[in-house]
Design a protein around this ligand. Structure first.
Ligand code: ADP
Ligand code: ADP
Ligand code: ZN
Length: 221
């Protein structure tokens, strides 16, 4: 199964992706994580991308689309992937369909995780990420049992450069103007499942689990 997770910054895409990996063994392809890796490796692409990331803007489509097309040509996504953070505008959605079609693949289900903007600001400014394993925490909603270290690996927890209130508000505007139309792109194709992301992580996952079950049933029917 090939999935797409759509939702504003802070909706819980990364948190739900961790659960999907455990439950369904899908390979997680997160464009934000790929860019952050390029930034920390100091590659030319990373340095270019960082300018956009720090401003809360989208990295230009040609850079992103090329990177994802290359990633989805690798062997480990043959049995299924979940895209997180891509596509982020309708041009990226069209490009994705076009290059998947070349290898006889398509998107099976798009999970649209919706959360109220004010809650998103709280979630993002309180988010802490492990520098070593990428583990995801929140200072109030899901604190690490190991304090300012990662409960999983002992790594240092940090606040992302773009998780300050000013950049967060820009990212939410970009989401509304550029990414929300992606929902309108998939809805008429009958591939969209609306998920209430304001509930507890396990309750959000329960809705996702049901949506995947319904898609599997309709595809095998
Ligand atoms: P979040 O998970 O908080 O929504 P991401 O980690 O997905 O944020 O993205 C961080 C930043 O990386 C974005 O603000 C943007 O600058 C860049 N980025 C990630 N994915 C894309 C994409 N598909 N198109 C353009 N820019 C992207
Ligand atoms: P995204 O990948 O969509 O940007 P994350 O999964 O990183 O979002 O979640 C953003 C922040 O909100 C993290 O600090 C995470 O621990 C927290 N969070 C995620 N899902 C929930 C939830 N259902 N309830 C409360 N906090 C959550
Ligand atoms: Zn860790």
């Amino acid at each position: 199964m090939n999935l797409v997770l759509v939702g504003p910054p802070g909706a819980g895409k990364g948190t739900q992706a961790e659960k999907l990996i455990t439950e369904f063994g899908l390979t997680h392809v997160a464009t934000g994580d790929m860019f952050r890796a390029a930034v920390s490796n100091g590659t030319p692409m990373g340095l270019e991308a960082k300018k956009y990331m720090d401003a809360g803007k989208l990295v230009p489509d040609d850079v992103v689309v090329g990177m994802v097309e290359e990633r989805l040509a690798q062997d480990d996504v043959r049995d299924g992937f979940m895209l997180d953070g891509f596509p982020r505008n309708t041009h990226q959605a069209e490009a994705l369909d076009a290059f998947l079609e070349k290898s006889g693949r398509s998107i099976d289900l798009v999970l649209n995780i919706a959360v109220d903007p004010e809650l998103l600001v709280k979630r993002l400014t309180g988010r802490r990420v492990c520098r070593e394993c990428g583990g995801n925490y929140h200072v109030l909603f899901s604190p690490s049992e190991a304090g300012d270290k990662c409960a999983g690996c002992g790594g240092e927890l940090y606040l992302r450069d773009d998780d300050n209130e000013h950049t967060v508000r820009n990212r939410l505007d970009v989401y509304r103007n550029q990414t929300e139309p992606v929902i309108g792109y998939y809805r008429p194709l009958g591939k969209l499942a609306d998920i209430n992301g304001a509930l507890k992580p396990d309750e959000v996952f329960e809705q996702i689990f049901k949506a995947i079950g319904a898609t599997e049933e309709s595809e095998s029917a």
